[in-house]
Design a protein around this ligand. Structure first.
Ligand code: NDP
Length: 331
């Protein structure tokens, strides 16, 4: 039997409900590699998929969990053999395909990455999709010329998963980090991760009619979007870049103008962690193993079990989760 968090849909009412169940092994989807899952995590998309799906889930019953790390149990693909440690993010696993909230997952070999040396499966999931995305964002900013200097790099939605890892990572790489949060009580936590400056969310969500504002930031990792992104673009230094990662503050870029692009050569870089090429995924995971301070990561991690997931799904959608939540699938 395979213990899993299963979301079922009542065909008459259309309502979904999630609970932990024991599934027979032959109920798992067929795919090249079977992984004994050790850890998964709780991300914003998981919150959506534990609930009514938000348009992400293709078929019910469904097992959510957009990322996982574990050990290969069986493989029809030469690249993986039993005993190999692997990590998975993206590829619509946990949305269109059954994901990591189960003791076993069956997936395509193409979607996996070997666990990099220096990381264990728990650490990999302390990073998880949010941290992997933060790494991709930092790599994109660096590819567009960002280097440590006197101007701070802004991180929005800083107390969330992407924001917490981005703050720790940028600070470790020698950048001054200005962390934007709507939760002032997380100030000490963010300073502990390496933020040198805390910025109140309202300071950057108040609309401004100005085409440009004073150049305040060398670059930005933006997990929030909405009015915040519209405003931040006007404050980026000449030639700087914003890596747009998320939309917890809204999908429309309110108050945005073309002036930062025309008069300051600002770049808006889209970050998509889902469809990343294999070589890029490997490069990002190797940099995570090399550059991310694991002891800082421990400070931002809470551990949960499959039974906690219905509650945690609601919490993350309501902005109540701080840092990262690792799910011990075997716990
Ligand atoms: P979290 O819920 O952990 O963090 C989001 C943070 O955004 C919150 O902690 C809060 O930070 C801030 N926030 C929440 N609501 C609002 C609001 N209404 N206005 C302004 N700020 C708000 O989510 P994640 O960090 O895991 O993900 C962040 C975003 O990135 C999500 O939209 C997610 O879907 C997306 N994402 C995208 C990926 C990609 O491939 N592009 C991959 C992973 C995530 P604070 O309280 O500090 O202000």
């Amino acid at each position: 039997m395979v213990r899993a968090l299963v979301v079922r849909k009542d065909e008459d009412s259309g309502k979904t409900s999630a609970r932990v169940e024991d599934l027979a092994e032959d109920e798992l989807p067929h795919a090249e590699v079977t992984v004994a899952v050790e850890y998964s995590t709780v991300n914003y998309k998981d919150g959506l998929c534990i609930g009514p799906g938000g348009g992400l889930v293709r078929h019910y019953p469904h097992v959510p969990g957009i990322d996982f790390a574990g050990t290969v149990e069986a493989s029809d693909d030469d690249r993986y053999k039993p005993g190999d440690k692997v990590v998975l993010t993206g590829w619509r696993v946990g949305e269109a395909h059954w994901g990591g909230y189960a003791e076993k997952a069956r997936v395509k070999a193409d979607w996996l990455v070997p666990l990099p040396e220096g990381l264990d499966t728990r650490q990999a999931m302390a990073v998880g999709t949010a941290g992997f995305t933060a790494m991709l964002a930092v790599m994109a900013l660096e590819d567009h010329g960002l280097r440590p200097g006197s101007d701070p790099v802004l991180v929005t939605g800083a107390s969330g998963g992407v924001g917490s890892v981005a703050t720790a990572l940028l600070s470790e790489l020698g950048y001054h980090v200005a962390a934007v949060t709507g939760r002032p009580e997380t100030g000490d936590y963010l300073k502990g991760l390496g933020a040198s400056q805390i910025v109140a969310r309202e300071e950057l969500t108040e609309p401004s009619k100005k085409p440009l504002e004073a150049e305040r930031w060398a670059g930005c990792v933006d997990a929030v979007g909405g009015a915040m992104l519209g405003r931040v673009l006007k404050q980026i230094r000449y030639g700087g870049s914003v890596a747009a990662v998320g939309l917890t503050g809204g999908a429309a870029i309110e108050g945005a103008m073309v002036t930062p692009f025309l008069l300051r050569a600002v770049n808006l870089l889209g970050i998509d962690s889902v469809m990343q090429r294999y070589d890029n995924r490997v490069r990002a995971w190797q940099r995570i193993a090399r550059d991310l301070p694991m002891q800082k990561l421990e400070e931002m991690v809470e551990t949960a079990t499959l039974d906690d997931l219905p509650r945690l799904g609601e919490d993350i959608l309501n902005g109540r989760v701080r840092g990262r939540v690792v799910v011990d699938v075997t716990g």
